[in-house]
Design a protein around this ligand. Structure first.
Ligand code: C5P
Length: 401
């Protein structure tokens, strides 16, 4: 368990949020030491952070007094985790290029512990190609980005660039530290593609690898849940500790999911279900010299919508893979299928999506939104489960506490 957090505060209006962050982190049992850049001191006084953290604030790279108490290398070694929040465009640029001209950038270079950064800046600065290049580089170097979030900015503009709220930053830091959040909770997860046969050797399918659903099953087992994983055909090892139900067609998946969801507290529909199946399946292989003409398709049941009709209804979480207008489509599906939460991601982009090991999600629920930044699917699964566990707790405080 990480106990010691070194918090780097950069100079931006969101620096005030870092004060609340220190308070929340300490409440959760972390020891926090704060490093401020010169610009951060223009926004919030070091005294605020000293009072909240219970330790003197570090600011100068070459300060004889502070070096005696704790050198910058000593400080870097002390930390179990380095969190930079808010992280300005300037600091991200310095980190991406190995510049070390102040205490915080030097600490980043010296740090050997996991590094998290919560960017905060104007939406145009965040969207600028050079910032995006720097961020991509930092991800390659192992930095975990938390956010940014979308919404109204201090400058009055709208867009991506707000620092993620302190409580959400805490939640994302604690991914690996909440092993019992789903103790005894029954979770059904669907994963992978479905196969719709045309004849004994041919079928219609899609590009789902099942990685996200399998990662969710593993994370749910680690969180203490009883997990049933209903899986279409994938080439992944069965997740230890989960009951695996293997299916091929949508109708088989439907039967298995409905049967298990009657006793479920949570249903997560991560499968890429075929919306249509061939109306007739040839008993023998269709010969190529025979003109088969058109393939007539018939609609498959919408599994998740049917789970959402069960009484009692489990907490129902869907996925939406979109190539455009992500938020509108996701929110529409949330409502149309009567889901409690939907995790949406872009497909057809350079990184993330179906066959990738990495993904980013925008998670929507009635009245809320949380962005989970691009990361490996295992980390993402744990972050999503934390959100799901919170929703379950809101819905049913006894079962999930
Ligand atoms: O409508 P769309 O297919 O984009 O919705 C995606 C969500 O609905 C996913 O959670 C998927 O597992 C679920 N779904 C389903 N049954 C279908 C189609 C989609 O459960 N026939």
């Amino acid at each position: 368990m990480n106990k010691r957090i070194l918090l780097g505060v950069c100079g931006g209006i969101a620096a005030y949020k870092a004060a609340e962050l220190v308070r929340l982190l300490r409440k959760q049992g972390f020891e926090v030491r704060v490093v401020m850049t010169a610009a951060a001191r223009q926004f919030v006084t070091p005294l605020t952070f000293q009072a909240l953290s219970g330790h003197a604030v570090h600011s100068e790279l070459l300060d004889a007094d502070q070096e005696q108490a704790m050198s910058h290398i000593h400080l870097a070694r002390w930390a179990d985790l380095l969190l930079i929040a808010p992280a300005t465009a300037d600091m991200l640029a310095k980190m991406a290029h190995g510049l070390a001209d102040d205490l915080l950038s030097t600490l980043y270079l010296a740090a050997e512990c996991p590094v998290f950064a919560a960017p905060a800046m104007n939406q145009a600065m965040w969207g600028k190609a050079v910032t995006q290049d720097n961020v991509a580089r930092l991800r390659q170097h192992g930095v975990t980005l938390i956010g940014p979030a979308a919404g109204e900015q201090a400058c009055g503009e709208q867009g991506l660039g707000r620092m993620v709220e302190p409580a959400d930053v805490c939640r994302q830091l604690q991914v690996e530290q909440r092993p019992g959040i789903l103790d005894g909770v029954n979770v059904v997860i669907s994963a992978g593609p479905t196969r719709e046969p045309l004849d004994p050797v041919r079928y219609i399918t899609n590009r789902s690898s099942g990685k996200m659903g399998y990662a969710l099953a593993e994370a749910a087992v680690s969180a203490g849940a009883n997990v049933v994983l209903v899986s279409g055909p994938v080439s992944l090892p069965p997740p230890a500790g989960a009951e695996l139900v293997q299916v091929e067609t949508t109708l088989q998946m439907y039967d298995a999911v409905i049967a298990h969801s009657r006793a479920a507290d949570i249903y997560i529909g991560a499968a890429a279900v075929a919306d249509y199946r061939p109306q007739t399946v040839a008993e023998r292989k269709i010969k190529k010299d025979r003109d088969i003409g058109n393939i007539v398709l018939t609609k498959n049941p919408d599994i998740i919508a049917e789970v959402a009709r069960l009484q009692p209804k489990p907490l129902v979480v869907g996925f939406a893979a979109e190539t455009d207008d992500l938020e509108n489509y996701a929110r529409h599906k949330l409502q149309a299928k009567n889901l409690d939460m939907i995790a949406a991601n872009w497909v057809g982009q350079a990184e993330g999506g179906f066959e990738s090991d990495r993904n980013a999600l925008q998670v929507f629920w009635p009245g809320g939104l949380q962005i989970l930044a691009m990361t490996d699917k295992h980390t993402l699964a744990a972050q999503l489960l934390n959100l799901i566990a919170e929703k379950l707790h809101e819905k049913n405080p006894v079962k999930s506490s």
